[in-house]
Design a protein. Structure first.
Length: 298
């Protein structure tokens, strides 16, 4: 039987407490953490993305943070290649790799739950697509691949552009096929809607008080366009709209909080498809540790 590297995956919606839990587990099982967050890979996107601070890391090595310029698109295929290299390196040091994040697509692509089509980036098409609205991109995908258009996140410009890119070459976006690449223990952090909503509210205003808006101003002054901010997740999208005078600060906060709650719901919908996830409350660290130790020792 072929040996498969053991990997612990800690998943769940935004503001569920994954970061603290992953560090606590890593300290007990000689682990190192690989971030699976589609925005924390970018340098400078710190407060708005909820990036773990050096103090919070508490000595635990973290990988795939701050590896890309936010002005450039860091493709999921590149993330998978680099993260799999890190998985191998962590294993070679006899440490336990712990993949942590809320970007389900990244996690599933990395661990083999879905496969990526081997279609290279089309730079010419991507330049053209920059001038298209989300509605135009959605209509183009619906024309080329109606089935994919029904399931894609229509607010995610990067994924829309990539899906059209693939459909232009292959005729449609092929269905993904699971591959058993790693032996994975899946731990899901789950809490009630009321608790999650409260966490989202508290964290949003805490980030604002910690300088999130000032971070966005600095990023723009450093060359990050408002158009690119629109693509970099909800916080940067709504801050960009506020900084351009399209919405007031109060409107920004109200709309942003509402959209983050909707995003958390979409995250849970994605993860709930995986029947292997052990869903546990964030305060149930003893059970998470027990599962992790038993898994690594088996």
């Amino acid at each position: 039987m072929r040996y498969m590297q053991k990997v612990i995956a800690i998943v769940g919606p935004t503001a569920s407490g994954k970061t603290g839990i992953s560090i606590a587990i890593a300290k007990k099982v000689w682990g190192e953490i690989i971030s699976a967050d589609s925005r924390q890979i970018y340098r400078g996107l710190d407060i708005g993305s909820g990036k773990v601070t050096p103090e919070e890391m508490d000595g635990i090595p973290h990988h795939l943070l701050n590896v890309a310029d936010p002005r450039d698109v860091f493709a999921v295929s590149e993330y998978v290649a680099r993260a799999r290299h890190e998985l191998f390196e962590i294993g070679s040091r006899h440490k336990a790799p712990i993949v942590v994040g809320g970007t389900g697509f990244y996690i599933d692509a990395l661990l083999g739950s879905i496969s990526l089509p081997n279609v290279p980036a089309d730079r010419a098409w991507r330049e053209v697509a920059k001038k298209w609205s989300l509605e135009e991109l959605e209509a183009e995908l619906a024309k080329r691949d109606p089935e994919k258009a029904k399931t894609i996140d229509a607010k995610n410009r990067v994924r829309l552009v990539r899906a059209i890119e693939i459909a232009r070459v292959l005729g449609k976006v092929p269905k993904t096929k699971p591959q058993k690449i790693y032996d994975v223990l899946w731990i899901g952090v789950s809490l009630s809607k009321k608790e999650l909503d409260e966490n989202i509210h508290t964290r949003l205003y805490s980030r604002m008080n910690s300088g999130m808006l000032e971070e966005a101003i600095h990023l723009h002054r450093s060359g990050l366009s408002y158009e690119r901010m629109e693509e970099l997740g909800l916080e940067y999208r709504y801050m960009a709209r506020h900084l351009q005078g399209k919405i007031s600060k109060e409107e920004m906060l109200l709309q942003l909080e509402s959209e983050i709650k909707k995003y958390a719901k979409r995250q849970m919908t994605w993860f709930k498809r995986n029947r292997e996830i052990h869903w546990l409350a964030p305060n149930n660290l003893p059970t998470m540790l027990k599962l992790s130790r038993r898994f690594l020792e088996s």
